[in-house]
Design a protein around this ligand. Structure first.
Ligand code: ADP
Length: 150
């Protein structure tokens, strides 16, 4: 079975993430959405909330699983025997950042990173923007799947 992990913070899940995951299951048999836990990072949503947003959004898609992990993404891949990392690319800044990470990961382990270009209608969406809209009482509902609620 061809599996890929889609790692990130998902604070919270956005329509951009949703789009990449939906398209990811057309390429892989299973996508494991992997929520990275970084104890020095402050999150708006708890780990349990972030996990539930994703699980609810893909309740009808059994080929999407959600897991959490600590430490290096490649070590997590090895521990669950997954050979591919899926990432989304929005713009040149994402490309430069992702390129360095993908090269580093390849130095650490024989794991391939597969990139999908964002869909045009969700390319501007970022979790940080969603958090800003929420903090300022704006209408965030157009930026996230229905499962994301306050
Ligand atoms: P990180 O903390 O690693 O940046 P994110 O949760 O912000 O985690 O993003 C996880 C993945 O989703 C990354 O590959 C990122 O490029 C991708 N992504 C984020 N927003 C979008 C979007 N609007 N469209 C497509 N991919 C996106």
């Amino acid at each position: 079975m061809k599996q890929a992990i889609f790692p990130g913070s998902f604070d919270p899940l956005t329509l951009g993430h949703y789009d990449i995951i939906k398209r990811g299951v057309t390429l892989f048999d299973e996508i494991i959405v992997a929520i990275g836990v970084n104890s020095s990072k402050k999150y708006m949503f708890t780990l349990e909330e972030r996990k539930q947003f994703i699980e609810k959004a893909f309740i009808d898609e059994p080929r999407v699983k959600v897991m959490t992990y600590k430490g290096l993404t490649v070590d997590f891949c090895k521990s669950i025997n997954v050979d591919f990392i899926l990432r989304g690319l929005r713009n040149p800044a994402d490309f430069e950042f992702e390129k360095a990470i993908a090269h580093t990961n390849r130095d650490l382990a024989p794991i391939e990173t597969v990139f999908l270009l964002t869909s045009a209608n969700t390319s501007y969406i970022a979790s940080s923007i969603v958090r800003d809209v929420i903090r300022n009482n704006g209408d965030y509902t157009k930026l996230v799947p229905k499962s994301v609620t306050l």
